[in-house]
Design a protein around this ligand. Sequence first.
Ligand code: EPZ
Length: 418
Amino acid sequence: MDIWHIRGGRRLEGVYRVQGSKNASLPILAASILGPMESELQNVPQLRDIDAALRILRHLGCEAEQRDNEVYIKSEGLCRSGIPHELMLEMRSSVIFMGALLARCGEARLSPPGGCQLGRRPIDLHLNALRQLGAQIEESGGEIICRAGRLRGAEIRLPFPSVGATENIMLAATAAEGETVIRGAAREPEIEALAAYLERAGCRVTGAGTDTVTIGELRRVSHVSHRIIADRIAAATVACAAAAAGGDVELRNVEPAHFSTVLHFLKQAGCVIMTENRSVRLRSDGRLCAVGPVRTEPYPGFPTDAQPVLMAALLRARGRSEITETIFENRFRQAPELRRLGADITVCRRRAVIRGVERLCGAELNATDLRGGAAMLIAGLCAEGETLVRDREHIRRGYERFDACLRVLGADIWMTES
Ligand code: EPZ
């Protein structure tokens, strides 16, 4: 168990070099097994979810190691097509190995994935799409077994632009005969990042970043070198922290357009924001005003992953803010914990209303999930006295050395383990 200690009331000042993206790295780690090849990935964050993906790769028979922010994978020795239940449970993204294994081995055996408890997270869209590519799928005794002699390219229409389903289809489609067209595809930057890796691996992908993505068959390439994009949600988190606590922070090595909807609301709340080519500077006096209405939506809409951290930034904002969560059915789990600090939040089904309070007072909280945990840290930075956040390592799943990053910016925060 990690225990985060925060003494609130400090402004944040300085430079934050934005970490590499967790959600872009994970599907690319799965893609590294598509053929017998070597992948060299730069800017991969050191996180619990990345460790879990590397353990899956080693279990499958690949060589995989991380040195600082570089990851080396040699997938020639891949000799298994199944992932044990304990490894599947470690994170949601383990499900992305399904498309990759099916493409490489013609078979994938796994169990439903774990990950943050944000409500129901079915994988029906993944399974239906793989069936359309010619896979036979059996679900029995908690195991999912996918098999395909030869996958066939198809036109697949997704009823909802699921990020994971789009990624799984793209991976499986690389082994299909003929072209695959995904209509209603997710448009997140992580999809474009996966497409860029696949192109380097010798696969023709067009339309990534739009709602129609076309994937051709993978030609064999022996070596791929690829740099992971910046983590837009980590950038949004630090932006929200500086907005709430007050400060002057520069976020470097990030694509501002990837989190422009978050910056839009922080500007509306009263922050001064200047964006340049690959950086964002944010100034805030720490007294924000209410914003909204905010509605989470698939990209390019407001990201659900930034909803908890924006909520935390609005706790002391003058007036009433309203947030509607449309992506996950249970993503306000941070709200009852934030109330312990004195926050005024009312949640009714998919809608949360935040009435800004004058002051928050330090308290003991329990991190509910990755982004909810980050929201609690932000609230602690603005609370009087000491806040303690008990965390079953949720925050470490997505934020690299977050205590040190915030300390460099001037926060009084440290972490102990128990
Ligand atoms: C990805 O999850 C991200 N994870 C999530 O980030 C992010 O919150 C989410 O996309 C939405 O942006 C990774 O990239 C590793 P979805 P994913 O499939 O792929 C429903 C974080 O904090 N759905 O787009 O699982 C589903 O229940 C994490 O970093 C189905 O109904 O998201 C949900 O309501 C958390 N059937 C919605 O779609 C399916 O088969 C969005 O899911 C698939 C999804």
